[in-house]
Write a protein that binds this ligand. Structure first.
Ligand code: NI
Length: 254
């Protein structure tokens, strides 16, 4: 039983063979999933179309220039749906800098404030913005969540765990040059570990470069098990339980 804690199954690339993907997902034991919003349309699609999938709503840093009070009000309204369990993905991405940093920071803070107001966890996308990312989450000590597709240092991972956060690993952990992610996964307590596809991106080896989907989730668990010297089932069970805890799905009967 696996939980994919970060998927974009509403992406147009899944439309042609959507039913096949669901069938293969079940064959591979993936029984839980969070579909993650990047902007308002994708956040709405998660809820409208997939009544068996949990959802996060929010604006990715690429969409930060659309985050204003009106947008926050829309996300607040979407959070009334019981399938919405988190605000995300929100955060900072300084890799391309298409959106100015100050605008990204403002959008990140506004969405963290919404999570605090609603007592909901967050799904954070943070790339090449480690210092600002940590500084801003420290402004909201009541808010917890996951740093997804983790790319930070071991030191930063320790700081996150100290604050009660989770860390999510994609197929990147299986790449030959994934030294940093491997080092973090080796140290990270299993109780703080999540696995995710980030599909359609980040397919694990031996599928690197292809469209990622849920049938590949067991590869992530297998790799983490190998790194930590555990049975793959132990990683599958723990990461499933962690997703249930973080997104408070036990209250929803999972
Ligand atoms: Ni994502």
């Amino acid at each position: 039983m696996y939980f994919d804690s970060h998927a974009h199954l509403d992406d147009a690339r899944f439309q042609p063979d959507f039913d096949d993907i669901l069938a293969r997902m079940r064959e591979n034991g993936v029984t839980g999933m969070m579909n993650i919003g990047c902007d308002l349309p994708s956040s709405e699609r998660s809820i409208e179309r997939y009544d068996w999938i949990w959802a996060a709503v929010g604006s990715h840093p690429d969409d930060a220039d659309h985050v204003d009070e009106a947008r926050i009000a829309r996300y607040r309204a979407l959070c009334q749906n019981p399938r919405v369990r988190a605000i995300g993905e929100i955060g900072l991405d300084y890799h391309y800098e298409d959106i100015p940093r100050e605008i990204q920071k403002t959008a990140f803070r506004m969405q963290l404030a919404l999570a605090r107001e609603l007592s909901m966890p967050v799904v954070v996308h943070e790339r090449e913005a480690h210092e600002d990312g940590m500084r801003i989450i420290d402004e909201f000590p009541e808010v917890k969540g996951v740093f997804h597709c983790y790319s930070g240092s071991l030191e930063m991972a320790k700081e996150l765990v100290k604050r009660g956060w989770y860390i999510g690993f994609t197929g990147v952990i299986t790449f030959k040059n994934a030294r940093k992610a491997v080092e973090v996964a080796e140290w990270l307590p299993l109780s703080r570990t999540l696995i995710e596809t980030d599909c359609p991106y980040m397919a694990p080896e031996p599928f690197r470069g292809r469209r990622c989907d849920q049938s590949m989730v067991p590869q992530m668990a297998k790799k983490i098990a190998e790194i930590k010297g555990l049975a793959p089932e132990a990683v599958a069970q723990a990461t499933f339980r962690n997703a249930v805890t973080l997104f408070r799905l036990d209250a929803a009967g999972v």
